[in-house]
Design a protein around this ligand. Structure first.
Ligand code: SAM
Ligand code: SF4
Length: 477
C-alpha cells in the first residue's frame, strides 16, 4: 500500500481540467526526432537518410483523451521519421487528422477540415493527408475518402500502418496501446484497456472501438516505470470504461492495478469510469493514497431510472447516488465530474426534472452536458424517428442542466477560497500571465508563476469561478 495522505498535499479546491467528452482540435507539435525510439525505428535523428528529413508534418486531434493519446503514438512515428513541426496545414507536407465519431457535430468539423485539406492538396501545398481514429472505423469512411481524395484511412485498430505512410519500415500488426508514445514529458497517458462491452442505446463507441480488451498488468506497470524513468511525474490511466479493467486470467481488478501504479508513479489519475464497475474499495483507495489525485469522473447520463433503463446503463439513480456518497466520504473536497445527455429520444419533462434533482443531490463540480446526437446504427437513432425531443426543448433542458451544475460548482469553488494548496503545474504561463495547475483534489487553478510544467508550487486560493480557481502568488515552489 502506498503512503497515506497527509499534510498540505491533499487539501481541498475546485473546477475542471478534464477534456473528456469535449471535442478538441489540438495541433500537436512535431519536432525533429532527437530521442531514441523504443520501437527501434528512430531514423529521424537529423542525420542520415531520415524519410521525413527536410519535410514537415501536422497532426490535428478531435475528441477524447483516448484520441489525444493515439495522436501521441502517431506523433512518435512522425518524429522518428524525421519530420519537422508545423502548426498550420499550409506549411505541412503531411497531415494526419485523428478523428472522433461520438457526436455528429464532431464529424461535421472533420468534414470542414477535410474540405480544406483537399483544396490545399489540389493547390500542391499539402502533399498527402491521412484520416485516422473513430471516423476511419465508420462505414462512411470510404465515401469520405473518395469525396476528399484522402491518401490513407486508418481505424483505431491499425494505427501501426501509419509507420509506412511516413516512410518508416512497415510494422507487423500491433495492438495500438503497445505502440510507443512520446517519452520524457512531465505528464503522460497510459492506456489500460480498449473498446467497450456495454451497449448504451445512443453510443457508437462499441462499433468503432470494438469489444473490451484489457492490457496485462505487467505491460501497464512496465510502461509506467519506463515513463517515470524518462521524467514523467503524472500518469493518467485511460480507457472507455477504465474501472472495468480486470486480469484476463486471474482475480486482479482495476483497484489492484491502480494501487500498483500508485506505487510507481508520483501522481496518478484515471478516466473514464462506469458506475456499474466502480467498486467502493477503489473510491476508498483514492482517499487513502498519497499519489492518487482526488478526482472522479463518473458519467451518469440521466437522473431518471426510466431513461437509464432505456439507455441500458445498468444502474439506477439510487445506486449512482450511493457511489457518490462513498466518494464524498472517502475523498472530502474531491473533484466530482460527470457526463449528462439531454434530449435522448423519449425523454419527458419528468425525466428531465429527475436529472435536475440528481444534479442538485450530487453537487457535481463539473458536468459535460451533451444534447443527444443520433448516430446511425445505434438503437437510439431508430427511436429518434418516432420519439425525438424537439430541438428547442432539448436546448432549454441543456441550458437548465448546465446552469444547475454551474451554480453548484461556483458555490463549491467559493468554499475553497482561503485554502492553501500544493499545486502541480500542468501548463506554463499563457497570454494573460497565469500558468495552469491542478490541486491534489483535481481542481484546475490559475497561478501567477513562472514555475515549469511538472513543478509543484504552494499557493493560497484567492478567488473562484464556476470552472476554475485563482491562486495568489506562490509562497514556495
Ligand atoms: N464510456 C464512457 C461512459 O460510459 O460514460 C463515455 C464515453 S463517450 C465517448 C463520452 C460521452 O459522450 C458519454 O458519456 C456521453 O455523455 C456522450 N455521448 C455518447 N454518445 C452520444 C450521443 N449519441 N449523443 C450525445 N452524447 C453522446
Ligand atoms: Fe459508450 Fe456506454 Fe461504452 Fe461508455 S459504456 S463507451 S457510453 S457504450
Amino acid at each position: 500500500m502506498t503512503s497515506m495522505k497527509n499534510g498540505p498535499g491533499k487539501s481541498v479546491a475546485s473546477a475542471a481540467s478534464l477534456r473528456h467528452g469535449i471535442p478538441v482540435s489540438k495541433p500537436v507539435a512535431v519536432k525533429l526526432g532527437t530521442k531514441p525510439s523504443s520501437s527501434g525505428m528512430n531514423v529521424g535523428s537529423g542525420i542520415g537518410l531520415a524519410p521525413g528529413a527536410g519535410k514537415t508534418a501536422c497532426i490535428r486531434t478531435f475528441g477524447c483523451q483516448m484520441n489525444v493519446h493515439d495522436s501521441d503514438r502517431m506523433l512518435r512515428m512522425i518524429r522518428d521519421a524525421g519530420y519537422a513541426e508545423v502548426q498550420r496545414y499550409e506549411e505541412a507536407d503531411v497531415v494526419v487528422l485523428n478523428t472522433c465519431y461520438v457526436r455528429e457535430n464532431a464529424v461535421d468539423r472533420v468534414r470542414g477540415h477535410l474540405g480544406e485539406l483537399s483544396r490545399l492538396k489540389k493547390e500542391g501545398r499539402v502533399k498527402k493527408f491521412a484520416l485516422t481514429g473513430c471516423v476511419g472505423e465508420a462505414e462512411e469512411a470510404s465515401q469520405l475518402q473518395n469525396t476528399y481524395g484522402i491518401d490513407l484511412v486508418l481505424g483505431t485498430h491499425n494505427t501501426y500502418e501509419l509507420a509506412e505512410f511516413v516512410g518508416l519500415p512497415g510494422m507487423t500488426e500491433t495492438y495500438t496501446p503497445d505502440l510507443p508514445g512520446i517519452e520524457g514529458e512531465h505528464q503522460a497517458f497510459v492506456t489500460i484497456m480498449t473498446g467497450c462491452n456495454y451497449g448504451c442505446s445512443y453510443c457508437i463507441v462499441p462499433s468503432v472501438r470494438g469489444r473490451m480488451v484489457c492490457r496485462p498488468m505487467e505491460s501497464v506497470i512496465s510502461e509506467v516505470k519506463r515513463l517515470v524513468a524518462s521524467g514523467t511525474r503524472y500518469v493518467t490511466l485511460l480507457g472507455q470504461t477504465v474501472d472495468a479493467w480486470r486480469e484476463r486470467e486471474g482475480k486482479k481488478r482495476f483497484c489492484d492495478l491502480l494501487e500498483r501504479v500508485a506505487e510507481e508513479a508520483p501522481r496518478v489519475s484515471f478516466t473514464t469510469s462506469h458506475p456499474s464497475n466502480m467498486e467502493d474499495r477503489t473510491l476508498e483507495l483514492i482517499g487513502e493514497t498519497e499519489t492518487i489525485v482526488g478526482r472522479l469522473h463518473l458519467p451518469v447520463q440521466s437522473g431518471s431510472d426510466r431513461m437509464l433503463r432505456t439507455m441500458h446503463r445498468g444502474y439506477s439513480s439510487e445506486r449512482y447516488r450511493r457511489k457518490i456518497e462513498v466518494f464524498r466520504e472517502a475523498v472530502p473536497g474531491g473533484m466530482l465530474s460527470t457526463d449528462i445527455i439531454v434530449g435522448h429520444p423519449g425523454e419527458t419533462e419528468r425525466d428531465h426534472e429527475e436529472t435536475l434533482r440528481l444534479v442538485e443531490d450530487c453537487e457535481f463540480d463539473l458536468a459535460y452536458v451533451f444534447k443527444f446526437s443520433p448516430r446511425s446504427g445505434t438503437e437510439a437513432a431508430g427511436m429518434y424517428r418516432d420519439e425525438a425531443v424537439p430541438g428547442d426543448v432539448a436546448q432549454r433542458r441543456f441550458v437548465e442542466v448546465l446552469r444547475a451544475v454551474e451554480q453548484n460548482a461556483l458555490r463549491l469553488n467559493r468554499e475553497k477560497i482561503g485554502s492553501v494548496e500544493q499545486i502541480y503545474m500542468r501548463h506554463g504561463r499563457t497570454g494573460d500571465g497565469s500558468a495552469i495547475g491542478e490541486t491534489w483534489s483535481g481542481h484546475s487553478v490559475h497561478v501567477p508563476t513562472d514555475a515549469a510544467p511538472g513543478d509543484y508550487v504552494t499557493a493560497r486560493i484567492d478567488n473562484a469561478g464556476p470552472h476554475v480557481l485563482y491562486a495568489g502568488k506562490p509562497m514556495s515552489s
